[in-house]
Design a binder for this molecule. Structure first.
Ligand code: DL6
Length: 822
């Protein structure tokens, strides 16, 4: 008998080719002769999506039948990156599909380039959410990611005359083959208006919320495959649409443009991602976005309960909800409202369900990122929620009084309402009170949270605090981004490490194997060559793959200190100018990252880097020993090229400021050495890889606080370190700005008179450490040994380990394995 594989599920090469050509014809409506690369990409995406559907539907059905306990990960951002390559890896069909495309005369890498990535996040927090979805599915954990389907994600970054220019992101322009709209599960979300108390038929006090605006939330689902398992979970993103009744009323009244305006106004809610990282802007629309997706998601959970015939009283057994930072924290009040106002539950019972359901992850210690909403704004948008928050606060303040009698200061410090001036709702406090677990994202961060920002809460609820150090998915950030390294590792220790990253430790035994080390080094060199070619194509700049690739890619922020890196470049340049024959290790300095559009200093840092690049790259004295490039429009797609090509990873934030960092992990896994401070997860990376394989410099978090307390004066360093003085003077003199002494003045004055992030205090230690880096790089055997040990010892930083920590310590969910029905 001839067995023909099903066109939509089969995985062999002939079936894949046939399915691909079918999709090109029937979905894209093209003959191969006239199809564009985008048509081919779409046809392939649909071919892969078909294969996911079988897993996805069976997964949903199994979870539903079993009523499985489910993790709901609520996040205002999911920075997913391109889906195609990742799904090929997870389905285990990467090589087959590559071969199929080659046989059809197509290049898989070119098709990858066609995918518009959903840039629905700013940086670390959103990318972490995406890594966690990958691990949740890979660990067969029932879960749903809930967020917002922003029509415009993070802006595209262009660089004009050295300055950042923002360009609108149009990721949906050519359609999104990975999502499925589920209008049948839409919900309505209320805003504004007033509340009315009444007594119900049983004589109970009840509240009715009469809104003045109602918006529809329509879910768009994306399948999230797990690595080499059948599990396929869901990312459910909500789009805002106007309710029909609005259009209708206005239309009947003859006000057509009014109706259209209302429609537009409603749809604005999911229009655009706020482009701030670690900074809150306090905009009304942002609070609307937060409430919108939270209310949609909670209503969706009630729908699921109903469909699975689970009693409302068991909400917290069915769902565990993780709040990704305070952005979704209004969920605490919304779940109270739904339980009480919609389902008639009494306060104590509802509160017990709420606090058993939520857990809160804090991602930052920076005061400017802590969300608080003016009471007036909050009350006019969410009048019922403000009442509920006042009531939660009343109970909470009573609890404080009992635990800490007669401590008025403590009451005002901890209250959910800040009453020190204009009154605000403090979202982090609401998250702490409404959750049964509170976690920081690296050991140092959790410690500092307990010591400082959430100190009172740690005293009040010591049992709630746990640490979960962040992690990253080795599927995307090694297997997909670095196929050469993946093949080499797998050839030695087998492929299990992609699922059990601790297995990388087995590589340690090759550290003295010269053949292996030389292959390891050759691979890095080839990848650097690829990046050089890419850069040549994009910028027409030659960068030498033999030079040390020194890379800092992350959001631009003063605390991350890209300008400290710039001071190092100018230091080396000055040394060359003073002595053109000086023997220095050739380096290529690469930067990538976006600045928030309203963050002037960050934008000036980008301009500074580009201005330094202009001078350094063309000065004949430099003789190509230094190259500086700001790579525009950093994205997940581009990051995947960058991590594997790095020799040195710059993780140089002021100690105590970077909650964790995750780029630091991606670089180290790919065999870059870190130059870093004892900040965030650097501390744990150093612990794992060993101090001898890490370039450590700078003040500790404790020393930073002490220095500030003692009255830090940056000029003490400026006046006593001649190299630092020369660097600052050269920048101030207009040397890098065509003689313009005003351009960088705001940045220089800030360093000279404030230097909040202690660049001057750390400068000498950084420069000396960089000198050690340069020397070490000359000993290629030693360098390779160190890089190999970095790769071998980064198993801890797999997001699988992080997710397992969440499961063991916070969520207590069980894996559910999925059978595929024929
Ligand atoms: O936890 C993910 C990521 C950390 O690795 C970074 O250190 C931290 O800066 C970032 N935090 C934010 C905070 N945004 N807000 N609010 O993005 O989280």
């Amino acid at each position: 008998t001839v067995r023909v594989e099903d066109d939509r599920t089969g995985l062999d090469i002939e079936t894949l080719k046939r399915a691909f050509l079918d999709n090109l014809f029937y979905i894209q409506g093209k003959f191969p002769e006239i199809a564009t690369q985008n048509d081919y990409y779409m046809a392939l995406a649909y071919t892969v999506r078909d294969r996911l559907f079988r897993r996805w539907l069976n997964t949903a059905e199994t979870y539903s039948k079993q009523g499985a306990r489910t993790v709901c990960y609520l996040s205002a951002e999911f920075l997913m990156g391109p889906h195609l390559g990742n799904n090929l890896i997870n389905l285990g069909i990467f090589d087959t599909v590559k071969q199929a495309m080659t046989e059809l005369g197509l290049d898989l890498d070119e098709l990858f380039e066609k995918e518009e990535e959903p840039g629905l996040g700013n940086g670390g927090l959103g990318r972490l959410a995406a890594c966690y979805l990958d691990s949740l599915a890979s660990l067969e954990t029932p879960s749903i990611g809930y967020g917002i389907r922003y029509e415009f994600g993070i802006f595209d970054q262009d660089i004009k005359d050295g300055w950042q220019v923002e360009v609108t992101d149009k990721w949906l322009r050519f359609g999104n083959p990975w999502e499925v709209a589920r209008p049948e599960w839409e919900v309505e979300v209320k805003f504004g208006g007033h509340t009315q108390a009444f007594t119900d038929e049983h004589g109970n006090y009840r509240v009715l919320w009469v809104p003045d605006k109602v918006v529809r939330g329509v879910p768009y689902d994306t399948p999230i495959s797990g690595y080499k398992v059948n599990s396929c979970n869901t990312l459910r993103l909500w789009a805002a649409e106007a309710t029909d009744s609005f259009d209708f009323d206005a239309f009947n009244a003859g006000d057509y443009s009014g109706a259209v305006f209302k429609k537009m106004e409603s749809e604005t809610i999911s229009k655009v991602l706020y482009p701030n990282d670690n900074m809150t802007q306090g905009k009304i629309l942002r609070l609307e976005q937060q409430f919108f997706f939270v209310s949609c998601s909670l209503q969706d959970m009630f729908r699921i309960l109903k469909r699975q015939n689970i009693a409302i009283e068991r909400f917290h057994e069915k769902f565990t909800i993780q709040l990704n930072d305070t952005h979704p924290t209004i969920a605490v009040a919304e779940l109270m409202r739904l339980l009480m106002d919609e389902y008639g539950m009494e306060w104590d019972k509802a509160w017990s369900i709420v606090t058993s359901t939520f857990a809160y992850t804090n991602h930052t210690l920076l005061p400017e990122a802590l969300e608080r909403w003016p009471i007036s704004l909050f009350g006019s948008m969410l009048p019922r929620h403000l009442e509920i928050i006042y009531e939660i606060n009343r109970h909470f303040l009573d609890d404080i009084r009992i635990k800490f009698p007669d401590d008025l200061d403590r009451l005002s410090r901890m209250s959910l309402i800040d009453e020190s001036g204009e009154r605000y709702v403090r979202m982090a406090h609401l998250a702490c009170v409404g959750s049964h677990a509170i976690n920081g994202v690296a050991a140092l961060h959790t410690k500092l949270l307990k010591q400082d920002v959430l100190h009172d809460f740690a005293e009040m609820y010591p049992e709630k605090f746990v640490n979960v150090t962040n992690g990253v998915t080795p599927r995307r950030f090694v297997a997909l981004s670095n196929p050469r390294l993946t093949r080499l590792i797998t050839s030695k220790i087998g492929g299990n490490w992609i699922k059990h990253l601790d297995d990388l430790r087995q590589l340690e035994k090759y550290v003295d194997d010269t053949g292996f080390c030389s292959e390891f080094r050759t691979i890095k060199h080839e990848i650097k060559q690829d990046l050089s070619n890419y850069i040549k194509g994009l910028y027409d700049i030659n960068v030498d793959p033999n030079s040390l690739f020194d890379i800092q890619s992350k959001r631009i922020h003063e605390y991350k200190r890209q300008h400290l890196n710039a001071l190092h470049i100018v230091t080396l340049y000055n040394r060359i100018k003073a002595n053109p024959d000086i023997d220095i290790t050739p380096r290529t300095f690469l930067f990538g990252g976006k600045a928030a559009p309203g963050y002037y200093m960050a934008k000036l840092i980008i301009k500074l880097i580009n201005s330094i690049a202009d001078v350094v790259n063309r000065d004949p004295d430099v003789r190509d020993r230094l190259k500086v490039l700001f790579m525009k429009d950093y994205s997940v797609k581009f990051a995947q090229r960058v991590y594997p090509a790095a020799d040195l990873s710059e993780q140089i934030s002021t100690a105590g400021k970077e909650a964790s960092g995750t780029g630091n992990m991606k670089f180290a896994m790919n065999g870059a050495l870190t130059i870093g401070t004892l900040d965030g997860a650097n501390v744990e990376i150093l612990e794992e890889v060993g101090a001898e394989n890490f370039f450590l410099f700078g003040l500790t978090a404790e020393e930073v606080s002490q220095k500030k307390a003692a009255g830090y004066n940056p000029q003490d360093f400026y006046s006593t370190d001649p190299e630092l003085k020369l660097v600052i003077d050269r920048i101030s003199s207009g040397f890098f700005s065509h003689g313009d002494t005003e351009l960088f003045k705001p940045l220089i004055d800030d360093l000279m008179y404030h230097d909040q992030y202690l660049l001057f205090a750390d400068y000498r230690s950084y420069i000396d450490c960089q000198d050690r880096v340069g020397l070490t790089y000359r000993d290629q055997d030693l360098w390779t040994r160190m890089t190999l040990l970095n790769t071998a010892r980064t198993g801890k930083f797999s997001s699988d380990r992080s997710i397992q920590d969440y499961i063991d310590n916070i969520w207590h969910t069980k894996p559910v394995s999925i059978d595929l029905k024929e």
